[in-house]
Design a protein. Structure first.
Length: 378
């Protein structure tokens, strides 16, 4: 019989460790899930939270909880009030206010379950000030609280945080296996699964979300690839115009995000104090900014993937191309490109993403990136 941990695909040792921990009720107060992007850490964190909060406890299959009760369903849909997820909302990482929110919320009693779980993503972006605000709570947490921190490497986590966590290492999942996981969870073809993983910077959970958005994100990808294919025939003004169009298309889903957050704000108008409403509004603005950054990273990732494919063709390795559905356009671009030029364009994509993360104008960043790619393929 399936349980929550069967969803942790590609990490058999992690799956069995977490299953044994819940089966024997050996739940620590803090964990660090450490592994590369795309290693399924976020999905594992929610599966562990589901097992911790399941009201059936050890009566579930193999001690791993049931996986299909109302509480389990809410956790996996990310709707359970006792599972809180945090991601960096500042341009350079976590804001101190975010950690203060964790600190003030942790001592409060759970709303529906016996325990509370906090999932803190990209903990390597937890700066000294934010970490200091969180450290006391991490050292002496309430008895009914579990923290699950997610990071790429232990070296990237502040020692004061690392020393207070039980480290759970995640292995790198090979590309073919990762594509199989995404295809299994979405029903997409292996090709589309690989394409989505590339568009999401190697993230399996991001790729699943990308493909679950219907046709909108794939249509966005097509627009990006069409733009890249046309670059060699465009003048400078065309490039600037196309960059603006790509940024607009990248952020198109923000309209739905804003609508959802506005509805949440309206629902709280009647019973929250004005100060609490201001805090909620400020938090929602940070969420919109974070989501916009995510969509812009997808834009640069798709461009990076296309340039990488051009480089593979230039290197005589066409079998390593990811975007095989636009092979003809890639081969045409490779006729004008050099390996050195493609490497310069890849560096430009990395620089573009880093600059956007530091609040440099997205328009200026994407302009510069497209001009660099145009230079390579013309």
């Amino acid at each position: 019989m399936a349980d929550a941990f069967d969803r942790i695909i590609g990490q058999p040792q992690v799956r069995e460790f977490l299953r044994a921990s819940t089966e024997h009720d050996r739940i620590s107060h803090a964990y660090l899930f450490a592994g590369p992007a795309g290693s399924n850490k976020t999905l594992a964190a929610y599966a562990f939270a589901q097992a911790i909060l399941c009201p059936k406890g050890a009566k579930g299959p193999r001690g791993g909880r049931c996986g299909d009760c109302d509480a389990c369903d809410k956790v996996m849909r990310r709707k359970h009030p006792d599972v809180r997820y945090f991601a960096p909302e500042g341009a350079s990482g976590y804001l101190v206010e975010q950690m203060r929110e964790v600190v003030s919320d942790a001592p409060m009693a759970p709303i529906q379950a016996r325990r509370k779980v906090y999932i803190i993503d990209r903990v390597d972006q937890l700066g000294t000030a934010a970490a200091n605000a969180f450290l006391k709570t991490l050292e002496e947490p309430p008895e009914n609280v579990t923290f699950i921190l997610l990071g790429r490497t232990c070296d990237g986590v502040l020692p004061t945080i690392l020393s207070r966590c039980q480290v759970v290492p995640f292995r790198h999942i090979p590309a073919t296996e990762a594509a199989g996981i995404v295809a299994q969870n979405t029903g997409a073809s292996p090709l589309h699964a690989s394409i989505a993983i590339e568009a999401c910077g190697g993230s399996i959970s991001g790729a699943i979300e990308f493909l679950s958005a219907g046709s909108s994100r794939m249509e966005f990808r097509k627009q990006v690839l069409d733009t890249l294919e046309r670059l060699s025939r465009c003048d400078d003004w065309d490039v600037v115009t196309m960059a603006a169009e790509l940024i607009k298309a990248a952020n198109f889903p923000l309209d739905a995000v804003r609508q959802r957050l506005e509805q949440e704000l309206a629902e709280n108008q009647d019973f929250l104090a004005k100060s609490a409403l201001r805090q909620l509004e400020a938090k929602q603005k940070r969420q919109i900014t974070a989501k916009s950054s995510e969509y812009l990273r997808q834009l640069t990732a798709i461009i990076r993937s296309w340039v990488r494919d051009v480089m593979m063709i230039c290197s005589g390795c066409p079998d390593l191309v990811i975007n095989r559905d636009v092979m003809a356009a890639l081969e045409a671009a490779a006729q004008h490109a050099t390996l050195e030029g493609a490497l310069c364009a890849l560096r430009a994509a990395d620089e573009c993403e880093a600059a956007i993360a530091y609040n440099v104008s997205p328009e200026a960043c994407v302009d510069a990136l497209l001009f660099k790619v145009k230079e390579v393929v013309s």
